[in-house]
Write a protein that binds this ligand. Sequence first.
Ligand SMILES: CCCCCCCC/C=C/C=C/CC(=O)SCCNC(=O)CCNC(=O)[C@H](O)C(C)(C)COP(=O)(O)OP(=O)(O)OC[C@H]1O[C@@H](n2cnc3c(N)ncnc32)[C@H](O)[C@@H]1OP(=O)(O)O
Length: 283
Amino acid sequence: MFLRSALSLWPLARNGTRSYSSTGVTKLVAVTVDDQTGIATVNLQRPPVNSLNLELLTELSSSLTDLEKNKSRGIILKSYSDAVFSAGIDILEMYKCEEERVTLFWSALQEVWIKLYGHFAPTVACINGHAPAGGCLLALSCEYRVMVKEKTIGLNETKLGIVAPQWFIASLVNIIGQRQSEVALTTGKMFTTEEALRIGLVDEMAENTEDAFSKSLEFFKKFKNISPFARAQTKAFIRESTIQALVKNREKDLKMFINEIRKENVQKGLGQYLESLKKRKVS
Ligand SMILES: CCCCCCCC/C=C/C=C/CC(=O)SCCNC(=O)CCNC(=O)[C@H](O)C(C)(C)COP(=O)(O)OP(=O)(O)OC[C@H]1O[C@@H](n2cnc3c(N)ncnc32)[C@H](O)[C@@H]1OP(=O)(O)O
């Protein structure tokens, strides 16, 4: 009953789904809510590779706020593209960046992680494409990961000559444990879907996007007979210390980020990485 009245705030489309974006115009993040189940699909749609820039993160952040307010029953995070879930941070946000913009950018990334990691409803990453670095972080923030076969995922920051922040690391450690995380992070390892499944970095493997989406939907059925309050409060208790570690240190984390990426050797490395990306193609 409550869900229905909350959902009635969204316009109903003919096929029983409600679409909206926080700005009123669908841009980089499209949200569709199934009228029957109350499950929201949050589609990242920033071609070509869903790299995370300030605009995308700002939209994602307000979509998450709307979903929290409207008491969504669950979230499936996916990509518009069958090739790339998200290429992680848009390197242009870090390379030769202006202080004002980079401050807004990093604050928006912190905000998105805090909201997604701590979202009260169940969350699933439908990883229908490659998910390096920040793309992997988004997937790690969800409670369950379904990944299409023959893609790659991982926190590869060291390969770019940068250090993954503590909250990226904690997100990984909480899923695959300290030992596996240490090896993965220090080597900048990108796991294939098959490898990721073996170590528990993802929960299920899928044939294709459609299969991944239907497996994602299945996840929510686990909670059919569970009190939503008991579920949400348990999740909050489990995740609280990880979230608080960033919430209490946001300013320090921001300063460290700006300081780190401004280093001459880091800027040089990012420039070379950008160049190398332009020269190479991944199938
Ligand atoms: C003490 C210290 C404390 C801590 C301080 C913090 C320090 C700093 C923290 C930073 C954390 C950063 C995390 C990140 O997310 S960094 C980004 C890492 N991302 C990657 O390494 C992914 C790079 N991209 C790829 O590997 C591929 O593009 C792939 C996603 C596999 C897709 O491959 P494919 O489909 O073949 O597409 P293309 O490679 O051809 O790419 C298409 C165009 O998009 C451009 N591109 C790709 N990725 C990015 C990106 N991340 N940012 C900007 N642009 C990107 C690529 O160059 C192509 O452009 P063009 O068409 O012009 O050639």
